[in-house]
Every structure is written in C-alpha cells, then in structure tokens.
Design a protein around this ligand. Structure first.
Ligand code: PRX
Length: 650
C-alpha cells in the first residue's frame, strides 16, 4: 500500500465529534436525540411526517398522509397549499418583512439586497405578467437564466400560478435546451440576454432563439442583464416591460399537494435525459425539513449554497428550502475565480456568510489554487460547512475543515439526488460525529440501507446497492411522459425498494460510505452525465463510425470523460479531428460534457453479442491493465492495441 493510501485509510478512521459549543445551541444536540427522532420516525412514519408537514402553511389540511402502492406514492392527500406563499408571503406578513431574503453578488461586482417584502412584490408582479402572457396552472415554463435574483423570482412566480417549471442549466447548449423544451412542451421560456461567466457573456438569448424554432413555445421573456445585442422577434418580450409594469399584488391560489411543481432533466443510463417530476406538498415538506435540520438553520444565518439553480441543489437549497425557512440566502452569479481565486472568500467576509455549502470539485480546485487565498480573508463568520454532489475524498475534507472552517466548523457531507428532492444521508451538525469521506447516517424518516441485488442486507463493510426501503415525501413521482421507465429504473432493480444507482457500504458504526455509480452514469465535477448521451453526441458527427465513453478518475473533477472513437473509413484520425469532436460534443450537450480525451481506435472491445465492454475501456483509460474477466471479449487483440497506444503516449 502506498504512503498516501495508508494516510487516507488513517484519516478515514478518524472521527470528529461535533464541537460542544455548536451542539449546545443546535436543533438536535446529541446522538441520543438524533436516535430518538429516528426511532420515532421509524415507528410511526406517517405521524412523524405529518408533524413535519404541519410547519408549513396549508390552505386546506390533508385528509390522509400517505397513499403508497409501489412504485406510486401520494403524500398529504387532499391537502392544498401554495409554494410561493410558504416561501415568501408568510414571511412578508411577519417580523421578517424587512429581513434580507436574497443577497445578490453579480460577477462584475454589482450587488443587491432584496427583503421578503420586496421579494413578495417582485413575485406577484412576475406572476401577474406570466398570467397575462397566458400561463395557467399546469402549463410548463422553461427557465434558462443566469444566477440572478430574477431567476428565483421566476421560479416562485411559476409556483404561484401552479405552472410547473423546468430549469435548464445555463451551461447547456442550444441543442440540449431544444430537446428539453420539446420534451416538456413548454409554453413560455424565461431567459436573459446573457449572463456573466469569467468576464465573458454567456449568450443565453441566442441559444433560446435557436432552441425555440419549431417548438411549442409561444412567448420568450427576456431579462436585460448584460445589455449584449440580441435578435428580436414578435415572440419576445422584455422582462422590464411585462414584469416591472405589472401590479405588485396577486392573490395566490392553493394547489393540490400532488400538483406537479417542477420537472428537472437529469441523465440516466440511456442517451435521452429524463424529466424528474416533483410535486407540491411532498417536495416542499422535504426541502424545508432537510434545510432546517441539516444546516441547523436559524434566523441570523446567511446561508450560501453555491449551486446553480439549473441543478436540483439550486432548487432545494438556494430557493425552496431556505426561503421556506425564512432564511437569508446568498446568491452569486459567476465563477469562483473571477476576478481572483479568492472571490468566494471575499463574499463570505463581505456579507458575513455563516453556512457555506459547496461541491468537492470546487474544494479540490481551492486546494490547488493555494492556502493563501482563503488566508487573506476573515472567515470567522462561518459556523457550518457542507459538501454535495460527489464523494468527497478525505484529503479535501480535511483541507476544507482546516482552511475554510478554521478547525471549528462541523462539516455535513450530504448524499442525495435529483430524484430524492432533498438530502437523505447526512450528519446532523450538532449530533453526529463525522468521519472524513462518509455521509454518515440517514436523516430521521429516511429508511436507507445497503443490500444485495435480492434485497438482503449486506454485512458491515460489504459493498452493495444503496436503497431506500420506505417512501419519503420529496421522492420523485414519475419521469415526465414515461411512467414505465420510472417504475423500471427506480423500483425494478431491487425487490420492493427504491434503488438509487449508487453503490455503498455501511461500516461497523452504521456509517454510509458512498462508492459511486454502479450504472453507466458518470459524475464529472458533480454533474451527472450518461455515457450514452455523450456517445450519441459523438456518433451524430459525420466522421464517426462508433464511440464508447467511459469515466476515468480525475484528481480535480472526480471523474473525467474519455471517449474511444472509431472514425469512418477514410477519415484521418488526428489531433484536428479530436478537437473537432470535442467541440461537437460541447455544441450538442454543453461544455460540461466536452471529453477530456479522445482516443482513436480501429475497433472497440466487444462481447460476442456485440456489446461494448466499457469495464475494460475504463481500466485502459485509468492507466491500469485490464485485469477483469476478458473471457467474453471477442477479439483479444483489440485490447492489447488500445493499451499499447496509451502506453506510447504516456
Ligand atoms: O452518485 C451520487 C452523487 O451524485 C448523484 C446524484 O446526482 P444529481 O442527481 O445530479 O444530484 C446531485 C446533488 C444532490 C448520486 O447518485 N452524490 C451526490 N451527493 C453525494 C454523491 N456521492 C457521494 N457523496 C455525496 N455526498
């Protein structure tokens, strides 16, 4: 074993108890309290969730807590509520009226503070404007916006009208945007002229122009953010023309608890992203409960989740969870190293951020940029740190704790997914001793386990499938337009359980260690991509005959994309083609899917039945010799040629 892996094992077995000063004021103060809650939830799940749900404002209380017929769950049946009333109006009508709801920092240095009272007026105006454009309950609205307060306003305005939103991350290309708009049959798109990223303008409106051609979209609402030149058609309206001029009063209607709230596209194991559908009551209960418990939220907090609203983390922990709790949310538009590598630390110091939640890829980048950057700033306002999106390696965990948390802030490593709607496995910062690299234990109410394929539990430290054995309120309800795929993907793998797609082990203390995806999904810098999606993009290029995509471990991004490509006959496999193909993928999906490396091969390793053996390619791409079973490989020579071509280059 190498010295670094010995160190890593030693770190893994270290345990950090919650700081006593933190526990003393925490919502859950000890492991015994956590266990009591957990038992209560286990013995009477419906009673437990009903108690949690009653903290929200319901226009009509539910008649039944749960209706569960695998794989279909309905929560808080007969209950009616409005999400924007819960996130905004009830705070605007309280002592929080003049409290900051959103503190915004733009990349170029502009900033704004929006109180709950102001946010209510903005959301009402936007709701009135959308209603005037014809948006009704049940109509889908696509949002493709930069990280500016109007993005949150747009989301809340949709929920106010009962119009489900589907947000597409601003880094997705026009083609990817078009696919999602088409699948959701969106009626209206809300976008901006552009957004700032590393000093450049991301041409959002241009992408929308290309994406809406021939679609169901009737209107495009455009926020002026960068004042870049944009093309204009009769379909387009400026945000400032329709929203700013609308009335600041709007009577919100309550919607059924199971009314769809949003769909969000995420990658699965096929080439086609799936629209994960969440519903009103259950989702909001989950987002509100987990934010309060995991981040131990209190009124004085300035809560900063660095995720973009285009990802589920941005939905649950930039907008719905913290606002439902009446928190102050920090929102930043741009890149972490613009203008310098200390931009985040400057923001924390400037606004007195108290809770900071980011991704391991970002933490590893901060480590690489150097300790001097956080050291330049006073980070003493921080009291809690969080991590999400991918496994955090113990080294990055330790760095985060020391350099950012000053050895005093607990770290919550939170495991969850687009499908789960909210955090599922995480320490409670005042109660759970943490071990670097482990998401520790499930939240009270979440019946997570590690099992074999037949559903029998694994022994301590034995690797298996990570499953959830009981329904929970914020679980996905379906895949938009494909309920069969939903049933098969999530409930068809392990008998009677929701299967998440991740492998894990539970140690002797019942702590979960997430081992990563066991399907053909790769996690690049905390972003989920399917190998098939990238392969489809590659084979859509006229010079490509065949392609296979795998993830290989990457120090910074967790995983990097390596594509093995067989060019069509007569095509020259050279650097120019590699460059062309990398750009082609970026145009088809977005820069986040651009392969790190393109490897040309005359043939790809296949089984006798013609299936590409990705496992072998993964081993070749990771630089190790293919050690696994190769007996089903049709042509042994293919593998040797591939391995040799790698060896020559290194
Ligand atoms: O593999 C797991 C990984 O991210 C996947 C979910 O991706 P997505 O739906 O895009 O949601 C990301 C933000 C919640 C999971 O299947 N993942 C997420 N959090 C962790 C994680 N892996 C290890 N540790 C985590 N804390």
């Amino acid at each position: 074993m190498s010295t670094s892996s010995i160190e890593s094992v030693l770190t893994e077995t270290r345990s950090f108890p919650p700081p006593p000063t933190f526990s003393a004021h925490a919502r859950v103060k000890s492991l015994a309290e956590y266990e009591q809650l957990d038992r209560r939830a286990d013995e009477d799940p419906e009673g437990f969730w009903a108690e949690v749900a009653s903290e929200l404002h319901w226009s009509k209380k539910w008649d039944r807590v749960l209706d569960w017929k695998l794989p279909d769950a309905k929560w808080f049946l007969g209950g009616r509520l409005n999400v924007s009333v819960n996130c905004v109006d009830r705070h605007a009508a309280s002592t929080r009226r003049n409290k900051a709801a959103i503190i915004f920092e733009g990349e170029p240095g502009d900033s704004r503070v929006i109180t709950y009272g102001q946010l209510q007026r903005e959301v009402c105006k936007a709701a009135n404007a959308l209603a005037a454009l014809g948006v009704k309950a049940g109509d889908f609205v696509a949002i493709y916006m930069p990280m500016v307060p109007e993005a949150a306003v747009a989301m809340l305005a949709c929920t106010r009208l009962g119009a489900p939103h589907t947000i597409i991350f601003g880094g997705f290309s026009a083609e990817a945007l078009a696919d999602r708009i088409k699948d959701a049959k969106a009626k209206v798109v809300i976008t901006a002229d552009g957004g700032w990223r590393r000093g450049q303008i991301v041409p959002l409106k241009d992408n929308v122009d290309r994406a809406v051609e021939g679609s169901t979209v009737e209107k495009v609402v455009v926020l002026k953010r960068c004042s870049n030149e944009v093309k204009w058609t009769s379909r387009d309206v400026w945000w400032h023309d329709v929203v700013d001029k609308a009335s600041g009063k709007h009577e919100a209607q309550a919607f059924d608890s199971e009314h769809p709230l949003f769909s969000l596209y995420t990658s699965g194991t096929t080439g086609k992203p799936k629209g994960i559908v969440h519903t009103t009551g259950g989702y909001l209960v989950g987002a509100t409960y987990t934010t309060k418990l995991v981040f131990d939220l209190r009124d004085e907090d300035v809560f900063w989740c660095t995720a973009d609203i285009g990802w589920v983390t941005g939905h649950s922990y930039v907008v719905y969870g913290p606002l439902a709790n009446g928190a102050t949310v920090m929102m930043y538009e741009g890149a972490p190293n613009q203008p310098g590598p200390d931009r985040f630390w400057e923001i924390i110091e400037k606004w007195g951020v108290t809770v900071f939640y980011t991704a391991p890829t970002a933490i590893r980048a901060f480590m690489k940029w150097g300790d001097q950057w956080p050291a330049k700033h006073d980070l003493s306002s921080l009291r809690l740190l969080g991590s999400v999106g991918e496994p955090i390696n113990p080294e990055a965990w330790m760095w985060y704790r020391k350099q950012i948390g000053g050895d005093r802030c607990p770290i919550v490593d939170t495991w969850w997914q687009t499908e789960t709607g909210g955090i599922m496995i995480s320490p409670l910062p005042g109660a759970t001793p943490t071990k670097p690299g482990s998401a520790t234990r499930p939240l009270p109410g979440i019946a997570a386990d590690v099992v074999h394929k037949d559903g029998t539990p694994c022994k301590p430290n034995e690797g298996g499938f990570l499953v959830i054995k009981k329904p929970w309120p914020s679980m996905l309800r379906t895949i938009f337009g494909d309920h069969d795929r939903f049933a098969k993907t999530y409930f068809g793998e392990v008998q009677g359980c929701y299967f998440a797609g991740d492998g894990a082990r539970k140690d002797q203390d019942g702590y979960f260690w997430i081992m990563g995806r066991v399907d053909d999904v790769i996690n690049v810098a905390g972003h989920r991509l399917s190998t098939m999606e990238v392969e489809s993009a590659l084979v859509s290029h006229p010079k490509v005959a065949e392609a296979a995509v795998v993830g290989r471990p990457d120090e910074l991004k967790g995983q990097a994309i390596v594509a093995f490509v067989t060019p069509r006959s007569g095509m020259k496999a050279d650097d120019a083609l590699a460059k062309e193909l990398r750009e082609h993928v970026a145009t088809q999906i977005g820069a986040l899917a651009r392969p790190e490396e393109i490897r040309f091969a005359d043939a790809l390793p296949k089984t006798r039945s013609g299936k590409i053996m990705r496992r072998l390619l993964r081993e070749v791409a990771s630089g190790s010799t293919a050690r696994g079973d190769t007996t089903t490989l049709e042509d042994q020579g293919v593998l040797e040629t591939l391995a040799q071509s790698f060896a020559q280059d290194e």
